[in-house]
Design a protein around this ligand. Structure first.
Ligand code: SF4
Ligand code: SF4
Length: 390
């Protein structure tokens, strides 16, 4: 196959086959370096806005020829996922629940995208015998969103997602670098216009400008860390156990968009909106059984358990006190004990104050003792204690 028309035809056939391969949108980008993106990434790093989870080598992130011998094109794919939970269990007093980000509903998207990319590779190999490709999903060096934008999958939005005209931003992105000189698609012409709904709605001000994210202030990133979290951010995390969807939920481009056709991506309501208290005592084995096939498990159980502790504090529901007491007394991880102290301080009242005082007499870790001390001086503890005297 050596002429442009033949490659055009193959591309058209590939797009026509997309649905049968389980792919919702396919686009083709040139394999030229992402020069403008590199400048943005350098600036992002200088400002300290990186999450720390990125590939550190900026050349690898922006130069396809460093990842693949003689690249000729990059094929970008998108798979749409659900945004609405059917039969969502209610979070009620005494039975408080947390929530996972929509991107972690259903089976781990890495596995699902990889499956689709493998099917696409097989489809192409049947038609082009000397076909070569390197597929990547999120963990690859290239910036998925930059590839998707260039390949005409969607526009690069102010909330830092890719918005597709068809599916909104509820899409997972993957790509493969190939040796096929497929003609590139044109970027989409739509854009965010004057809208600033996502920037206005972000609870932490993490969207520091249109399309500019300070990951250090983004709840989505913070819920994936393993250490302790600042008081300000714990309050803003609310009951989020993994990720944050606020800047996508408020986006008018996502209004009414909920995709239920990919069977592996459909959520189990009890899993994605779980009861918080049982999470606190979950061992490694039960965690793996429950979340092993979810993308939320990639950092292990600690971040999710810490966030469950934070959620109980933010609900300010005294029914959480016994479970938090157990964590504060017995959990071997100082991050969990310190966070439990914070949550007890947030719930407040005499019962929580008594638990904190008791722990202050037994705790040996200075970091936890400091958290207990702060909790004992929190408004909720002091305020409730002060009441009888008033
Ligand atoms: S994910 Fe949440 S915290 Fe991060 S930018 Fe969006 S709204 Fe803000
Ligand atoms: S909320 Fe508005 S500005 Fe933000 S991504 Fe959606 S359309 Fe763009």
């Amino acid at each position: 196959m050596d002429n442009g028309r033949a490659w055009e035809k193959l591309k058209a056939e590939m797009k026509a086959a997309a649905e049968s391969l389980g792919i919702d949108k396919i686009g083709v980008a040139s394999a030229d370096p992402f020069t403008a993106m590199k400048q943005r990434l350098v600036r992002h790093r200088e400002l300290g806005h990186e999450s720390g989870f990125e590939e550190p080598d900026l050349d690898k992130r922006t130069e396809p020829s460093l990842l693949f011998d003689n690249p000729q094109s990059i094929i970008a794919i998108a798979i749409a996922y659900p945004s609405k939970l059917q039969d969502a269990p209610k979070s009620i007093s005494g039975e408080r629940r947390g929530i996972l980000s929509r991107s972690a509903w259903g089976k781990d998207y890495h596995a699902v995208l990889r499956n689709r990319l493998t099917r696409l590779e097989e489809w192409l190999r049947e038609r082009v015998p000397d076909f070569r490709a390197e597929s990547m999903v999120d963990t690859g060096a290239l910036v998925d969103r930059a590839v998707a934008e260039r390949a005409g999958i969607g526009w690069s939005a102010k909330n830092c997602s890719i918005i597709t005209p068809e599916w909104g931003s509820w899409v997972y992105l993957g790509e493969m670098i190939t040796n096929l000189p497929l003609p590139p698609d044109k970027p989409v012409t739509e854009g965010c216009g004057d809208c600033t709904a996502c920037i206005d709605a972000c609870p932490t001000g993490a969207l520091v400008g249109p399309g500019q994210l300070d990951a250090q202030r983004c709840i989505s990133f913070i819920t994936q860390t393993k250490g302790t979290v600042s008081d300000e951010m714990m309050r803003k995390i609310g009951n989020r156990l993994y990720g944050c969807d606020t800047c996508q939920v408020v986006c008018p481009e996502n209004k009414g968009k909920n995709w239920t056709h990919q069977p592996e991506l459909q959520p189990d309501p009890e899993k994605v909106k779980p009861l918080l208290i049982p999470l606190l005592s979950m061992g490694n084995r039960s965690f793996k059984e429950m979340y092993g096939d979810s993308s939320s498990a990639w950092r292990g159980r600690k971040p999710i358990q810490r966030n469950a502790v934070i959620g109980l504090g933010n609900f300010k529901d005294p029914s959480g006190i016994p479970a938090l007491t157990e964590v504060l007394k017995k959990d071997p991880r100082f991050e969990l004990r310190a966070t439990a102290a914070w949550s007890l301080g947030r719930i407040g009242g005499e019962e929580a104050a008594a638990v904190l005082k008791d722990a202050a007499g037994r705790e040996e870790d200075a970091r936890v003792l400091e958290a207990i001390e702060k909790a004992l001086h929190s408004e909720a503890v002091l305020g409730k204690k002060a009441k009888p005297q008033a």
